[in-house]
Design a protein around this ligand. Sequence first.
Ligand code: GAL
Length: 397
Amino acid sequence: MKRKLLSVMLIAAMTAALTACGGSSSSSSTEEASTEAAEESTDDGEEAASTESGGQKVGISMPTQSLERWNRDGAYLDEQFQSAGYETVLTYSDNDTEQQVNDIQNMLADGVDLLIVAAIDGETMNTCMNEAAEAGVPVIAYDRLIMNDAVSYYVSFDNYTVGTLQGQFIVETLDLDNAGDTVYNMEITAGDPADNNAGYFYQGEIDVLQPYMDAGTLNVVSGQTDFDTVATDGWSTDTALERAQNVLASYYADGTQLDVWLCSNDSTALGVAQAVTSDYAGSNSVLITGQDGDEANLANIVDGVQTMTVYKNVSNESIVTLSLAQAILNGETIDESLIDSFGIDCAYDTESYETSDGNKCPSFLLVPSVITVDNLEELVDTGLYEMGDDGYLKAVQ
Ligand code: GAL
């Protein structure tokens, strides 16, 4: 009886805290409490949650299942919103922009009260975004910004910092500030030009590395440095592999040493690493960067094929998105103070992102981190990965 009373009190406290969106608590206790509340929820708790969500319905539109992270994003978002008592509609649109517009239009026809959208192409969503605005359905742009003023808020990571972390890793690992006359040869693979994030990753990378390129300490042998040339449609592993093979054949077959391959994310790093393994004749280890903590890339980091990845805790991204969605649906004031309810390290940015010229989009930006072979246990500590007997990390399903 005592345990049941405690769990009801805990649920009531959590409901009050989330409703107020002002309760301050650390991420672990918030997560533990909400998990505990969800696991031990009594009839009262379920009633409390559904009362709080008012039986409302949330549409969750993810771009694809062919890129590992989005499967996790979709699962975490679905779990968070359902645990909070919302009905959810979750779709994956096979990286097909017309399919995604159609999926979102179906959600609107289905009467969703709020949309969460990770756009395949932020420039091609006007039809369904305008329909959402006309229907008075608020939109959270999730992880990738959408260029339409129907978007109320943006939840992502500090994407520019993802790039600067990758650039800074290269500077520090090669000790470029003390390189003297040493020249390091580098190639670059950027992301999908349709993905607004890709430009931020690239700009963060180049802003750190350009001074070393100008000084001749970093030398891009192929001369391919502009975004459009090094971009990778759909973040495709095969496309990244093919271009890397072409660059190696054209510029490194004569024995030129390759020291660094700057990749904006893990799916492209996987293709580059495959090309370097199969087509690079040099005996040196090539420094390869990435982003996302995909399982195959974490294995490559264990094996020394890839050097680092920028990790983004997308479970935390789903927790922030739930808190923001609840505040929107509950008609609460949304400002920097909402961060206190997340219990997660996050910045409130009202300047960096625009949904149209001059129309700033209030954004909640989580903090990315660098993972190498030396701190893989940090991923285990998130509870989202476990170390297999084979010495490789697996995502906890
Ligand atoms: C980006 C996302 C990154 C990257 C890429 C591939 O928009 O922020 O995590 O992995 O998509 O899906």
